[in-house]
Design a protein around this ligand. Structure first.
Ligand code: SAM
Length: 333
């Protein structure tokens, strides 16, 4: 099996699968409206369909897989899905993005099943603000999830924080301080206008240069790297154990090193998170011999990955280029 490249010479080796659109939180910037449940569940692919997709991709050059959602721990067959993916020899890196609420129940089982790394989203360390952002979430349940993930041996445990103007931007220092004594990677993410109005994006968007400015108050910032070559730029504070990461899809994009494809819970392959283009893989899953057809769908999706030289490097212009219609919970962040 050879390496997989797109038209612009980017090596594609990373597949992110949103296994469900359902979530047990309702973050105001991520999804719209009340929690939908039953209907969405009907559209989700079955475990064996996801496995067929992963096996096909692994046979073409994919070596890294991440499960996300919605909330991936709500997917009924998540442990078996992790276990069977971990057994695939071609998959060298297996990870998950979760809101952490169900980790006290699942962390040890997932570690045993072969999951290596975990990212936990937490947008505030203040209970009332956390509740407001997530429209009802309980902060302590996520903090307990983080503790269990560390205890279960996931390395590293990364925390994802979407920085939102006039909401949580005052908490930068509190989050960064968490890296001083714990081996956490605290990563700030720029808010993207995914499936939403530019007006609301402008209201909440904070360029992450702000994090650097605020962190300088805490001491010397030492540039460092991540272990898995992702989009985050990292630094750490002198004498701290963990790291701070910045993910800047708008103010300083990283499309020229994009190595990924996404699969939605209803079986659409997305060449780019920030575009509406999709390739439907779900129909071919029902064919007698889906493998060559699925491979064809993956090739189509790779050919549709957008030209990075056309991507604006100015946040407002970049925001205007986004043409998706799905909200983030329907794609998988
Ligand atoms: N439920 C899981 C979780 O909370 O991590 C996985 C899915 S969630 C969609 C994945 C990540 O996407 C979260 O860190 C969330 O904050 C982020 N996200 C959602 N909407 C976003 C947006 N418009 N811009 C930037 N990040 C967003």
């Amino acid at each position: 099996m050879g390496d997989l490249f797109d038209r612009f010479g980017r090596k594609i080796n990373y597949l992110r699968l949103s296994v469900t659109e359902r979530c047990n939180l309702n973050c105001f910037y991520c999804r719209s409206g009340p929690l939908p449940c039953y209907d969405q569940q009907k559209k989700e692919l079955q475990k064996d369909d996801f496995l067929q997709i992963i096996r096909t991709a692994a046979g073409m050059g994919i070596t890294r897989v991440r499960f996300t959602g919605g909330e991936p721990l709500l997917y009924p067959q998540i442990v078996a899905l992790v276990e069977e993916t971990a057994r695939m020899k071609a998959i060298k890196d297996l990870s998950m993005t979760t809101n952490g609420i169900l980790l006290p129940k699942f962390a040890y089982t997932l570690a045993e099943a072969g999951l290596k790394r975990i990212n936990i989203s937490i947008d505030s360390l203040q209970a009332s603000r956390f509740k407001r952002i997530t429209r009802g979430g309980i902060l302590d349940s996520v903090l307990m999830g983080i503790e269990t993930a560390l205890d279960a041996g996931f390395t590293p445990v990364k925390l994802n924080i979407v920085l939102l103007k006039n909401i949580n931007e005052g908490e930068i220092i509190d989050f960064v301080k968490m890296t001083q004594e714990q081996n956490l990677h605290v990563r700030f993410i720029e808010y993207m206008p995914i499936g939403s109005e530019l007006v609301s994006w402008k209201k909440y968007f904070v360029p992450l240069q702000k994090v650097i400015e605020v962190c300088k108050e805490l001491g010397k910032l030492i540039p460092t790297t991540g272990e898995h070559g992702g989009p985050a730029r990292y630094f750490r504070l002198e004498d701290s154990v963990g790291k701070v990461g910045l993910i800047t899809p708008l103010s300083r994009h990283f499309c020229d090193s994009c190595n990924r494809l996404r699969v939605t819970s209803d079986g659409k392959i997305k060449p780019c998170l920030l575009s509406a283009t999709e390739v439907d893989a779900s129909a071919v899953l029902r064919e007698k011999n889906p493998l060559p057809l699925l491979k064809q769908k993956f090739r189509e999706a790779i050919n549709l990955k957008p030209d990075p030289s056309r991507v604006a490097n100015n946040a407002v212009e970049r925001a205007k280029q986004l043409d998706g219609y799905r909200k983030m919970n329907e794609i998988g962040g």
